[in-house]
Design a protein around this ligand. Structure first.
Ligand code: MN
Length: 221
């Protein structure tokens, strides 16, 4: 199988077993009032921690997989025997997706030039508003738990959704923005109003990080 490395951001430390829960690069309350402190604490310290613990446990039961990187685990999961494959798919995916998610946030009012990504978004979606609507609609269309993504692929930028903790990597797409629409990402503050959560999500996107990922995605092709 083809295994090439995906996003090699300096933020993606701890790429191999044993996996640890890297601390957030900002305070739990840094995304207020858009994403609340308690949600961030639970999401990072409980939900992501559980994916990390269960991924480590799955690897301890299957030591031959221990030498693989997080991205390699995500990519190889569909080819593994079902029991271990499911555990790796869900938990390596959960760790990979949440690291992208949390590194993709920046405190409210943080805004830097979107650089090459901003230009690509305008070319593809006509305007930032066009992009916003496309990602919003995609995120609203996810039934149950999953993600909407801005990705880069063979045909340039695209918006896709994935169920559960599946990642765009398994479709050979390079992730730029991860929008987690599991209820645990928003229920405490936004209740069942996913749409208002998505609006708030847009206020705390780390555009500097997204632009950096976009450039890294381009360089891999
Ligand atoms: Mn989540």
């Amino acid at each position: 199988m083809k295994i090439h490395s995906g996003v090699k951001s300096e933020n993606m430390e701890n790429t191999h077993y044993p996996f640890v829960n890297l601390p957030l690069k900002y305070e739990y309350n840094a995304l207020e009032p858009y994403i609340d402190e308690k949600t961030m604490m639970l999401h990072h310290d409980k939900h992501l921690q559980k994916y990390i613990d269960e991924l480590n446990a799955a690897l301890e039961e299957n030591p031959r997989l221990m030498s693989l990187s997080l991205e390699e685990l995500v990519r190889i999961a569909p080819m593994l025997p079902r029991a271990v494959g499911t555990a790796v798919r869900n938990n390596a995916g959960g760790v990979y997706n949440h690291r992208l998610l949390f590194d993709g946030f920046a405190p409210a009012a943080y805004f830097e030039s979107t650089g090459a990504l901003g230009k690509a978004i305008e070319d593809k979606y006509g305007s930032f508003d066009g992009f916003y609507k496309a990602l919003h609609d995609a995120a609203m269309s996810v039934f149950g738990s999953g993600y909407a993504w801005l990705v880069s692929g063979e045909n340039g930028l695209g918006i896709v959704t994935t169920p559960n903790q599946d990642t765009p990597l398994s479709r050979d797409l390079c992730p730029i923005i991860a929008l987690d629409v599991w209820e645990h990402a928003y229920y405490l503050k936004h209740y069942n109003d996913r749409s208002s959560y998505i609006d708030d999500f847009f206020k705390v996107i780390n555009w500097n990080e997204a632009n950096k990922r976009y450039i890294e995605c381009q360089n891999m092709r």
